[in-house]
Design a protein around this ligand. Structure first.
Ligand code: FES
Length: 141
């Protein structure tokens, strides 16, 4: 049976969340593996939230925000970019591959970019296999 990863995405309300809506309206195809959490800005996503998502069994996590220079809160996405460098180090400490995490910039009109990033992320994580944290959770360890 083909492994179906669970991908959690923190989507900025002003860009990627709207792009997800637009993708739906345009009937663009992307894998149903995504679980979206809407946030007001990518700068609101603390690294601990990403770590917690992995600890609770997500196979991959995405943070999707406005393009540089287009954040509705001026520099929230710049803050996100700096924080996400910390996330990569935390994943290393957890024994997780850095490819399980991705930071994506996507405007509200870029439905195809949104769909393509979800497709790519799903394929990448599917090739990596289940997160060891997910396996532990399922096996009751
Ligand atoms: Fe979209 Fe800040 S408002 S990343």
């Amino acid at each position: 049976m083909l492994f179906e990863p669970v991908i959690l995405a923190f989507d900025c309300n002003w860009c990627s969340y709207a792009a997800a809506d637009l993708a739906g309206i345009a009937r663009l195809q992307y894998p149903p593996n995504l679980r979206i959490i809407r946030v007001m800005c990518s700068g609101m996503v603390h690294p601990n939230l990403v770590v917690e998502a992995f600890q609770k069994g997500a196979d991959g996590v995405m943070v999707m925000g406005c393009h540089p220079g287009e954040c509705h809160y001026v520099d929230g996405n710049e803050k996100a970019r700096r924080r996400m460098a910390v996330v990569v180090e935390m994943l290393d400490a957890m024994g997780l591959e850095p490819e399980r995490f991705r930071l994506v910039w996507c405007s509200s009109s870029e439905a195809e970019r949104f769909a393509a990033s979800v497709r790519e992320m799903t394929e990448t994580v599917r090739a990596l296999g289940p997160s060891p944290y997910r396996v532990q959770k399922w096996s009751g360890l």
